[in-house]
Design a binder for this molecule. Structure first.
Ligand code: HEM
Length: 475
């Protein structure tokens, strides 16, 4: 006898509820305000319209954890999705292209566990600082950051204006991906643009997904023919049964995380420092870069809303009955509002640590341990070394004018404009003339002193000189 409950007659269906569009101009500029209003209106689970499709947005911390952890109810396989199966979701719905790429993230149970093991095994040598591959990758990431700063200095001078997305983090992640994936040639910005299109549901999402997938499948075939000491080859060693197409799909998903999500985490962390988040900057000044990252992720998790889950059966969540086949969107950013309720002192006195954030996900699909170590190494190296090179860096945009990407999943910047002043050591490395008189303090949103005092030149210099003393290998 089936003892599982089903939704009581008369409880509202997702499609029948008046759901407001989630992706609005207000959402781009103030997502926290939108989450707060939805929560106030509906409680921890709210119906929203996502590019025309009705979706349950899960905002409560406990409810998000339930969805991420309980895989017997909350499934990943898109075939559970009722609207897709019944054809009420248009085939050209902008986010569908990404969900049709069947790889680890959209598998369940045994199949999922096997595929996940392949990722962990293949990534393990690259995240381990003691193994030759891990050591080499670490050294390469550090070298790339130095090269990018030198290129920025040559291009824009020892003091000036830079876009840290275009001139630092984005090329850095392209260089890391080229190396880790063993691409025969340097990857171009086209791959980044294609991945953005897919994740943000841009007009070109379908063709962009096809292009990125085709590039990864070609790479898979190339590496099968000519194995190397790179991630695709290690994935083939870990699971020789992978076809070129399946390996291409897995690499495609790794490329999303490595290129786009890791880049976003670098930018979001740099931004919190530049905005003068006192707790973030204190952790940075004492060399606790992982804590810096955790605190920045609490404020702006890169995967703000995680990939969909589909209800296997009728189930109560928040104030609603979710029907079998309904789609839910677990919101890390929404759940973090609860962790940050009050102010930063809340965390200090709370039973929760800053590591309670959901930036890596939770449950059976959370970011695999080896990937997480690798991501952490890249972000902490990129952020730490950045501040080693500069005497000053301050936002060149008013905080409320920052160019955020518009999309349902990723909370990330298109550009991170700063005014900077390179320090003497980095000038010498880039063979530039010695420092002229310091620039005036007319920028906006500059980082305050590390001790939390008001923003100002002295405070910023304090931050950077403290940083240099505290950084491993600092000067
Ligand atoms: C530092 C940046 C990173 C962040 C913030 C991040 C975040 C996440 C999150 C939130 C998930 C869970 C998604 C879900 O539950 O649906 C995830 C899964 C995953 N990530 Fe990461 N990730 C990062 C870096 C990486 C890197 C560098 C790789 C590999 C090169 C990677 C590979 C994966 C894989 C394979 C999964 C799927 C796991 C599964 O479905 O079982 N991630 N990541």
């Amino acid at each position: 006898m089936d003892m599982l409950p089903s939704a009581p007659a008369g409880s509202p269906m997702l499609e029948s509820l008046p759901a407001a569009p989630l992706l609005t101009r207000e959402f781009d500029s103030d997502p926290a305000g939108v989450y707060q209003r939805l929560r106030h209106t509906y409680g921890p689970v709210a119906p929203v319209a996502l590019m025309g499709a009705p979706v349950w947005l899960v905002l409560g911390y406990a409810e998000v954890l339930e969805v991420l952890r309980n895989e017997s109810v909350w499934r990943r396989d898109v075939r559970y999705w009722r609207a897709r199966a019944q054809g009420t979701l248009p085939p050209d719905w902008p986010l569908l292209a990404g969900y049709e790429v069947r790889q680890t993230m959209f598998m369940d149970d045994e199949e999922h566990r096997g595929a996940r093991q392949t990722h962990n095994t293949a990534l393990a040598p690259f995240q381990n600082g003691q193994s030759p591959q891990g050591w080499e990758l670490r050294a390469a990431v550090a070298r790339y950051t130095d090269e990018l700063v030198a290129a920025l200095a040559t291009e824009s001078g020892p003091t000036g204006y830079a876009d840290l997305c275009a001139q630092y983090s984005r090329p850095l992640l392209l260089m890391v991906t080229t190396k880790l994936f063993g691409f025969p040639d340097d990857l171009g910005d086209e791959l980044v643009t294609d991945l953005w299109q897919m994740l943000d549901g841009g007009e070109e999402a379908g063709p962009a997904t096809g292009r990125a997938l085709a590039a990864m499948t070609r790479l898979a075939a190339h590496r099968r023919a000519e194995p190397g000491d790179d991630l695709p080859s290690h994935m083939l060693f870990a699971d020789p049964g992978l076809s070129d197409e399946q390996l291409g799909r897995e690499l495609f998903m790794n490329a999303v995380y490595l290129n786009d999500i890791t880049n976003t985490m670098v930018l979001n962390t740099l931004l919190e420092v530049l905005l003068g988040n006192a707790a973030v900057r204190r952790s940075l000044s004492v060399g606790q870069l992982e804590e810096t990252l955790n605190r920045a992720v609490l404020v702006n998790p890169p995967t703000a809303n995680m990939p969909f889950r589909f209800a296997a059966r009728d189930v109560r969540l928040g104030n609603f009955w979710i029907r079998a086949g309904d789609v839910v969107l677990p919101s890390a950013a929404g759940a973090h509002r609860e962790l940050m309720a009050g102010d930063s002192a809340g965390i200090a006195q709370s039973v929760l640590s800053t590591r309670a954030h959901l930036g890596w996900g939770a449950g059976p699909h959370q970011c695999p341990g080896a990937a997480r170590e690798l991501g952490t190494m890249i972000v902490t190296t990129a952020v730490g070394r950045f501040f080693e090179h500069f005497d000053q860096a301050e936002l060149a945009s008013a905080p409320d004018q920052l160019p955020w990407r518009s999309g349902p999943m990723v909370r990330g910047l298109r550009h991170l404009p700063v005014y900077y002043e390179l320090n003497q050591h980095s000038r010498a490395r880039a063979q530039l003339p010695a420092a002229p008189a310091s620039r005036g303090q007319d920028g906006t949103g500059g980082a305050g002193a590390v001790d939390g005092s008001a923003p100002g030149s002295r405070g910023r210099r304090g931050l950077f000189s403290t940083m240099r003393r505290m950084m491993p290998g600092g000067r």
